[in-house]
Design a protein around this ligand. Structure first.
Ligand code: PEP
Length: 274
């Protein structure tokens, strides 16, 4: 990935008709967690109406509490992929927590018959799950979004990305999603988008930002603009290549992270702003 003496620049990789590189930008707006068929369909229809071919959809959710909703898992994959196909979605960013989830996704994709693909997301809690990284790196069909660890150095997170590459998968996007801090940050996490150019300088990876998990709320500034919009703008100006952002047709009923989800009517504004 450009870390070990190989400074050859790259123009990224293509997956399912979508090119990911350090020179372009894709928005992955979608549901943090798949809940109802109706909500998924409303989300995907809105994306199609706004010319989008990428989304985020969580089937397996890493929750702080074991009593919280853990995601529908394998059971929702067939209908989520069918709906994605129906609305022309080419790439879904979907987190996996275990090697078996990757197999479940690949099996369900093979069965759908639609040209929809998945970018495997490895979340901040698994950034240093080295056995998972090696297993995901061994398969080279599906690209990977690796999020930085929220409590480790950038260097350590970049090395985690190398675990994927060292096993053969170089289709890796690196995700910034904010850091844990005890400094009384007004946001859920300390926003780290100033590191976009640093990651691009140090590696060949396209860089993703996740304003939703960084800010963690729909808080609005004195200018009447949501902090999510502001930090997204900062990340884009800094050179981000991908934006993972939570939307929901009815945030009050969302099973995960409703308070940070944007409304579907805000999607065109968000895209225009980007
Ligand atoms: C997510 O994107 O749904 C998520 C849980 O993100 P993170 O791993 O950054 O917390």
């Amino acid at each position: 990935l450009g870390r070990h003496g190989d400074d050859q620049r790259s123009n990224g990789f293509e997956y399912n008709g979508v090119r990911f590189s350090q020179d372009n930008l894709h928005v992955f707006a979608g549901l943090c967690a798949v809940d109802t068929h109706e909500h998924v369909e409303q989300m995907l229809r809105a994306l199609q109406e706004n010319g989008q071919v990428c989304t985020r959809m969580g089937a397996y959710k890493p929750r702080t509490s074991p009593y919280a909703f853990q995601g529908h898992g394998k059971s929702c994959l067939p209908w989520v992929f069918d709906l994605a196909g129906k609305y022309g979605i080419r790439v879904i960013a979907m987190e996996i927590l275990h090697e078996s989830h990757m197999d479940e996704i690949r099996e369900a994709l093979e069965k759908t018959g639609h040209p929809t693909g998945v970018m495997l997301q490895i979340g901040t809690r698994n950034t240093q799950n080295f056995e998972l990284l090696k297993a995901v790196g061994r398969q080279q069909t599906l690209p990977v979004l690796l999020k930085r660890g929220f409590g480790i150095t950038l260097e350590e997170s970049l090395n985690a990305a190398e675990y994927l590459a060292s096993e053969g998968n170089t289709k890796v996007v690196f995700g910034l999603r904010g850091m844990k801090s005890n400094l009384g940050d007004p946001h859920r996490n300390f926003v780290d988008f100033a590191q976009v150019p640093a990651v691009k300088r140090l590696t060949r990876m396209p860089v993703c930002i996740d304003p939703s998990h960084s800010v963690g709320s729909r808080d609005v500034g004195p200018d009447g603009i949501m902090d999510v919009f502001h930090v997204t703008a900062q990340g884009v100006v800094a050179g981000a290549n991908m934006i993972l952002v939570d939307f929901h047709p009815d945030p009050a009923t969302a099973l995960v992270d409703g308070p940070q989800a944007l409304l579907l009517k805000e999607l065109p504004w968000f895209l225009e702003d980007v």
